[in-house]
Design a protein around this ligand. Structure first.
Ligand SMILES: Cc1cc2nc3c(=O)[nH]c(=O)nc-3n(C[C@H](O)[C@H](O)[C@H](O)COP(=O)(O)O)c2cc1C
Length: 201
């Protein structure tokens, strides 16, 4: 299925191709491709180069990690994540390691690393669907995550399958076209909410 960004602008191929599917194939994901994904996250930028991101990776059918992440998901996400071969928990360290002061950018940095994961996945025809709908407290407890760290999101990673594997209501969402705000709603110059000079031709 093609859900590429509809744009006349010459975007990077991975940005154009990335989207958030629900119809994941049950095909396992090769370990070397997962390593590639987390290596990409590793090279993301971060405030003070703190690298506050941490990832807990669950492979379906091995150990208990996948199941624990799955159990923490909201039911609406469980309804399609049950097929996903890889579930990841994204966590951030709240303080700087060099002086224990509060790191005001740890959330920003983890989000940025998540974007790198999503892009690198596309290189190998893999897709990452980020999930805020989870019980973060339950997830933190089930993995004994220390207080200095915060669970933010989960992520489903896998190959695409046909939308037909989904229940009807989810299939409808899968087939819906992707929408975005216009550039002049998000890019300003001069004053707040004014159309940016870069958009005048
Ligand atoms: C922080 C965050 C939380 C999200 N939480 C969920 C979620 O709980 N369930 C879900 O189905 N999609 C979730 N999404 C996916 C968004 O709905 C999706 O990215 C958005 O609709 C744009 O679609 P696209 O990624 O296909 O371009 C989340 C995305 C982000 C970045």
């Amino acid at each position: 299925m093609n859900k590429e960004a509809i744009t006349n602008i010459d975007l990077l191929k991975v940005i154009k191709k990335r989207w958030s599917p629900r119809a994941f194939s049950e095909r396992p994901v090769e370990k070397e491709k997962l390593i590639e994904i987390f290596e990409a996250a590793r090279w993301s930028a971060s405030g003070y180069n703190e690298q506050p991101w941490r990832f807990i990776v669950g492979i379906k059918g091995t150990g208990t990690t996948w199941q624990k992440i799955y159990n923490s998901l909201m039911e609406a996400n469980q309804l399609w994540c049950y097929r996903t071969p890889v579930l990841v928990l994204l966590i951030g360290k709240k303080t700087f390691s060099h002086d224990n002061s509060v790191n005001h950018w740890y959330q920003y940095d983890v989000g940025q690393a998540a974007a790198y994961i999503s892009m690198q996945a596309i290189k190998n025809e893999l897709y990452a669907h980020q999930l805020g709908g989870l019980n973060t407290k339950e997830a933190a407890k089930s993995f004994d995550i220390p207080d200095d760290y915060e669970v933010f999101t989960a992520m489903a990673i896998g190959y695409l399958d046909s939308p037909d594997v989904l229940a009807d209501n989810l299939k409808e969402m899968e087939l819906k076209s992707r929408t975005r705000k216009k550039l002049d709603e998000i890019v300003f110059s001069d004053k707040w909410n004014s159309k940016s000079e870069i958009l005048f031709s």
